[in-house]
Design a protein around this ligand. Structure first.
Ligand SMILES: Cc1cc2nc3c(=O)[nH]c(=O)nc-3n(C[C@H](O)[C@H](O)[C@H](O)COP(=O)(O)O)c2cc1C
Length: 177
């Protein structure tokens, strides 16, 4: 049994994210994992506003919500980002959450599950890899789920091809085992 943190990626009402996160959560629970959801709408992190970088040894955020988020990442054995693609990147709310943390990302197993139009979130995944793996030293799995609008899921988040969505999500989660 693994303690897994699932990080939401949208604070929009009726977001696609809110339809995909439960699919990921259920699949993890079916595997016997313990799941915690980091709901970035609830956490309501401030925009990064510290004078020093999180990778600086002196970094010690005083904001309680940032401390809570940092603890969630520190406690997790692996992290799953459910990522919408905004302007070829992770959503700003997720990127800000990534920015708030430094050393806790190091060697953390990470899985990426994304969705979008042309690349099914592939460009958001590329940006996430640059930030998390290349810059911060997380172990981002090679396996990732790219869910394509109008093929795998509808633009409102309803599932079109349940078999494919399950396969893609399962393969991405397999990468952090
Ligand atoms: C500001 C903005 C930028 C977007 N940029 C992209 C993009 O680069 N690629 C893409 O496939 N979809 C893009 N989209 C469409 C989103 O993927 C789509 O709206 C999706 O539903 C957003 O996820 P959410 O509903 O979970 O917030 C963009 C949407 C917004 C609001």
């Amino acid at each position: 049994m693994t303690n897994i943190l699932v990080v939401t990626g949208s604070v929009r009402p009726n977001s696609v994210n809110s339809k995909i996160v439960p699919i990921v959560e259920n699949k993890l629970k079916e595997q016997g994992d313990t799941v915690t959801i980091a709901d970035l709408a609830d956490l309501n992190l401030p925009f990064f506003n510290e004078s020093v970088s999180p990778t600086d040894p002196s970094f010690a955020p005083t904001n309680e919500r940032v401390q809570q988020w940092t603890q969630m990442v520190a406690n997790a054995e692996a992290i799953v980002f459910v990522t919408p693609e905004y302007n070829h990147n992770m959503s700003p709310v997720q990127l800000n959450a990534v920015d708030w943390i430094g050393k806790e990302w190091k060697d953390k197993p990470v899985a990426l599950i994304g969705y979008g139009w042309g690349t099914g979130g592939g460009q958001a995944h590329d940006a996430a890899r640059e930030a998390l793996a290349v810059n911060l030293g997380a172990k981002v799995s090679e396996m990732q789920a790219n869910l394509f609008f109008t093929k795998d899921i509808a633009p409102d988040g309803s599932i079109i091809d349940e078999v494919t969505v399950n396969e893609k999500v399962g393969a991405a989660l397999g990468g952090i085992k």
